[in-house]
Design a protein around this ligand. Structure first.
Ligand SMILES: NC(=O)C1=CN([C@@H]2O[C@H](COP(=O)(O)OP(=O)(O)OC[C@H]3O[C@@H](n4cnc5c(N)ncnc54)[C@H](OP(=O)(O)O)[C@@H]3O)[C@@H](O)[C@H]2O)C=CC1
Ligand SMILES: O=C(OP(=O)(O)O)[C@H](O)COP(=O)(O)O
Length: 337
């Protein structure tokens, strides 16, 4: 069994912990947090050993009556690999600790690409993470773009991709974020970080990205235009995308018009926390005009990187090849809507 430690048990970390616990070849050796809040209590109830991410705060957990297994360094020592799901920038501060214990670390998209040996997406570049000590699972939006662009690039060739990302203002639990009554170009200058981030996975791909932020919490939405080298029919593109295990082509007959109904569908399907691990591509939006492909896709920011983190665990340890790992992860989680 691969021993996985999770440092940072918030939006991403708690989902990764639950996904790891479902894998037949992995176990959660512990999770780390800084505060004894509701998530700390839930972690203990789920049976995950809880470690104090800031060791001096250990007494706070004891005062709150929450059992703590130790300080985070003990977790790092006990783990075969650590998933760092701390807030942006904290992963960089933690790097020296992972190196001191010779424990490979997986970081999240809020960290800089320069921090790591490899930026990772299971569909696009799984094998590049083999034996790496520091790997970054790219951000939710970059993950969504990589999953979409990989089959298009392989099958037709991409001349140029242009994407406008309409980003949610914050996650549902992030009550202090916004905007609450505005639409913001964000960033106002080109490119948003997503284009350069896609290039950490596909170095030669020609891509421009623009970002906006809107008063929504449920999902991000991408307006995508990809100019292709070879021109397929829209039907052929739909078939290609339908064959990808982490792309969900939203059928017209479902009458799903946005993120609200997508989340409702996920909850109806019994998804934990209403999570949607797949890109949601509106089937009837897939259109080809001359050599331009157009489509809309929605990305569930809280969960699309979760299967990618699970695959990255196997990738760094050489525990499976890409196809085996993706299939194992998908089966254990129930990926596929
Ligand atoms: N949320 C999203 O939509 C997505 C986020 N990401 C990326 O994932 C990473 C984590 O984001 P997210 O899960 O949203 O963040 P959260 O704020 O939800 O969770 C962060 C967790 O890290 C803990 N933490 C805080 N400070 C420290 C510290 N100094 N040492 C160790 N742990 C600490 C927090 O514990 P406590 O609460 O106890 O302080 C909390 O458990 C970021 O890089 C982000 O960019 C990637 C894709 C999507
Ligand atoms: O990885 C994410 O988005 P991103 O791909 O736009 O960086 C997450 O939704 C976090 O975004 P945030 O930096 O707005 O919290």
């Amino acid at each position: 069994m691969i021993k996985v430690g999770i440092n940072g048990y918030g939006t991403i970390g708690k989902r990764v912990a639950d996904a790891v616990a479902l894998q037949p070849d992995m176990e959660v050796v512990g999770v780390a947090k800084t505060r004894p809040n509701f998530e700390a209590e839930t972690a203990v109830e789920k049976g995950y050993p809880l470690y104090a991410a800031i060791e001096e705060r250990l007494p706070r957990f004891e005062e709150a009556g929450i059992e703590v297994a130790g300080g985070v360094e003990e977790l790092v020592e006990a783990a075969d690999v650590v998933v760092d799901a701390c807030p942006s920038g904290i992963g960089a501060e933690n790097k020296a600790m992972y190196e001191a214990y010779d424990t490979p670390a997986l970081y999240q998209g809020g960290e800089s690409a320069d921090l790591v040996d490899v930026s990772f997406n299971a569909r696009a570049n799984y094998s590049e993470a083999a034996d790496a000590d520091h790997v970054r699972v790219v951000s939710c939006n970059t993950t969504g773009l990589s999953r979409l662009l990989a089959p298009l690039q392989e099958t037709y060739g991409v001349k140029k991709a242009r994407v406008t990302l309409v980003r949610r203002g914050g996650d549902p639990g992030q009550t202090g974020r916004g905007p609450i009554n505005d639409i913001l170009p964000n960033p106002v200058t080109l490119p948003s970080h997503h284009g350069p981030d896609v290039n950490t996975i596909f170095p030669d791909l020609n891509i421009d990205t623009l970002g906006m932020k809107v008063p929504a919490t449920l999902m991000h939405t991408h307006s995508v235009n990809v100019q292709l080298e070879e021109v397929p029919t829209a039907e052929a593109v739909r078939d290609l995308l339908a064959g990808e295990s982490r792309l969900f082509l939203v059928p017209e007959r479902f009458d799903i018009d946005g993120a609200g109904k997508l989340k409702e569908y996920a909850m109806d399907r019994g998804r934990p926390r209403g999570d949607i691990w797949e890109n949601c591509v509106w089937e009837e939006s897939v259109s080809v005009e001359d050599d331009d492909l157009y489509l809309f896709q929605a990305i569930h920011q809280e969960s699309d990187v979760v299967p990618e983190n699970v695959d990255a665990v196997r990738a760094v340890l050489g525990a499976a090849d890409a196809d085996e790992s993706i299939e194992r992860t998908n089966d254990a989680l129930g990926v596929g809507l």
